[in-house]
Design a protein around this ligand. Structure first.
Ligand code: SF4
Length: 349
């Protein structure tokens, strides 16, 4: 396939059909010399991790109104930021948002680094976000590859090898099509194509700019692609996790036994993880259920119901109590951090 012609065709389509987004500098504005603000692109990409465009829009507008620059965000109060993030989920992203803003101010003089490697070194920026920021904010020819791009590439080239085995091939194909010029517009164009035209079910091949070269359209296989390796069925286990604070604000935790899953790690006391959840409060307190988390380990899915208790009179002897200053949620294993994410909004600062 002529990759230059593919990119040109998609860009011409984008010029006419680009979606409007609060963080986006559309193709006409870009041509008029307006450049994207890396701070806004970075924030939108962090918010879009695991969240839909529709849900992100209002949060993005509120955040950029409250903190218009990376310096403003870096100086923000943690609790205020966490509070504004509430409802968007995956609170680790909010904590990383703050850490990253502070790192940009402290280590880069308040200016986002342009190259992918330096971006990757910042908190909360993984390979996809680094490529997205490098291409959209700085117009560098970095390739964004997410589920949308994999779907479009597998169809365009009629790749039948299932995901994730086909990932390297699809990534290479995506890289070959990424143009040197207008890389930022191209990255956004392929995202728009995947979201609005080459949709998972019933792709709209009749209005697609790649209709002519697309091999899956030609072979009638588009709706069956991409193929995926069937997931092994994992068992599900259930339990309770108990998060409590003493009157002085210390968290009541426990260290897990050295042997077994999460051996030796710090976590919240809880019930055994079994087929049915059985309440097992570690000590008497006024426990209230505030939510549930799901976590997938290699061999099973786990659902934990989250219980909280404020100002508990005394922690049991074997408990580990950590004062607010010593406690770092990032020190916890992911499953325990998920429990904390759900529980923390029910405690005072
Ligand atoms: Fe997707 Fe159809 Fe376009 Fe091929 S022609 S890229 S299957 S929308």
């Amino acid at each position: 396939m002529d990759h230059g012609a593919l990119a040109a065709g998609l860009l011409a389509w984008y010029d006419e059909n680009a979606r409007e987004m609060p963080w986006r500098v559309g193709p006409a504005s870009r041509k008029a010399g307006i450049t994207a603000d890396p701070y806004r692109i970075w924030m939108s990409e962090v918010m879009l991790q695991q969240t839909t465009v529709a849900a992100v829009k209002t949060y993005f507008e509120r955040f950029t109104h409250l903190w218009p620059t990376v310096q403003d965000l870096a100086a923000a109060d943690d609790t205020h930021v966490m509070g504004e993030w509430a409802g968007l989920g995956y609170y680790a992203r909010a904590r990383n948002l703050l850490k990253c803003a502070r790192a940009v101010v402290a280590d880069h003089g308040g200016v986002f680094p342009t190259d992918r490697k330096s971006l990757l070194a910042l908190p909360g920026i993984g390979p996809y976000t680094a490529s997205a920021v490098a291409s959209i904010a700085f117009d560098l020819p970095e390739t964004v590859v997410d589920g949308n791009v994999e779907r479009v590439m597998s169809r365009l080239h009629d790749v039948h090898e299932p995901l994730p085995l086909s990932k390297p091939q699809l990534t290479e194909l995506a890289e070959r099509t990424t143009p040197k010029n207008r890389a930022g517009d191209y990255a956004q164009a392929i995202m728009d194509l995947g979201a609005t035209v080459c949709t998972p079910k019933s792709p709209h091949c009749d209005i697609c700019p790649w209709s002519a070269p697309c091999l899956a359209r030609k072979n009638g296989t588009a709706a069956d692609l991409p193929k995926k390796v069937p997931k092994a069925i994992k068992p599900t286990r259930k339990g309770f996790a108990y998060v409590a604070q003493t009157p002085s604000g210390a968290w009541v935790m426990e260290r897990r036994p050295d042997k077994g899953l999460l051996g030796g790690m710090l976590g919240w006391p809880g019930s055994p993880w079994e087929e049915t959840a059985q309440e097992a409060p570690p000590f008497a307190a006024d426990w209230a259920e505030v939510g549930e988390i799901k976590h997938t380990f290699t061999h099973f899915h786990l659902f934990l119901r989250v219980m909280v208790a404020n100002a508990v009179a005394s922690a049991p002897e074997h408990a580990v109590t950590l004062g607010a200053n010593e406690f770092q949620p990032s020190d916890l294993p992911t499953v325990m951090r998920k429990v904390f994410d759900v529980a923390q909004v029910h405690f005072d600062d």
